[in-house]
Design a protein around this ligand. Sequence first.
Ligand SMILES: [Zn+2]
Length: 385
Amino acid sequence: MVFFAKTFGCCRFVWNKMLDKKLQAYQKKERIPGVTPAEYKKDFPFLKEVDCFALVAVQNHIKNAFRNHFKNRKQFKLPKFKKKKDKQSYTTYNVHNSIIVDFEKGLLYLPKLREGVRIELHRKFDGKIKSVTISKTADGKYYASILVETENRRNKVVEPKSRACGIDLGLDHFVTVTNDFGSYKVEHPKYLRRGEERLKRLQKSFSKKQKGSKNSEKARLRLARQHAYITNARNDFLHKLSKAIIDENQVVVVEDINVKGLLKTRLAKSISDSGWSKFLSYLKYKAEWYERTFIQVDRFFPSSKLCHRCGYKNEDLALHNRTWCCPACGETHDRDVNASKNLYFVGLGRPEVTPVEQALVDDRSPNGLPKKPSCAEAGSSAFYG
Ligand SMILES: [Zn+2]
């Protein structure tokens, strides 16, 4: 812990020194000078105590930060000075086997830590270690993220059971999904709801404590731990659900909800908590990894307002209408199930919904008896035929 604290500190110190030098040139509109850690070691000998590759990594990171900024100023802002209370981390490179993982003993060997660090390994890997990033979170835990180069980069692709699925993002439920086998709803996991209630209590308790006191520090740590728990639990849920959906379906269709626009409305709380945008980004990259098709429909596509059976458009449908009856064909709809069915039909290659006047036969209902899909296992769910 002492070694890590020192290395975090030295990396932050060198980063701020280098940034200061570069920013001064930037403000004077001069050429941004190249900098190396070596030039600081004379004046600040304590830098010699820590891993020198970590300092080289800082040099590379800051160089990239400026390069990105000049390439795309909108997306990449100028780098900022680092503070002690920011998330602490450092990256070190594998040079002549300076980094080794002993899978048997569960030890990670790092430069200047030749006795090894005990780690909890999440999985085995093959390949050449390129670098390791050590980080310390606000709740006082240490993580090592290991970058490995391997020959075989392709992911195992499983055969999809369903041709397509439509996903409606809900408020009461996390999502409603329709695929070849029917429709089902995935609830917000109960542990997340409970976790958020506890978070609120801890926030209150922390704000009441006198700043700088021992009790305040204890409350801060409890709060940080709960934050970390919720972040990890939610990510776990989103990864498992998105993976299950991608495994099961060849084509995945979602609404293009304007998440940012919605966040401004009174729905803000439940949406920001539900992690929709994260979920969509997971679906998107997993679709790419596993050779699936990911479709985001136009945000003006009225997935909720269209009757999935006959194509009638219900212009009067309000947000609080959870069910509605189609005046054209008489079908009663669960709002979310209906929306997900419309998205499913888009996935089947039916982007145009036939208006009611032209609808001839109801050939839209999926064939066969619905079976409980495996996606549902990722979250608690209710099943609809
Ligand atoms: Zn209808």
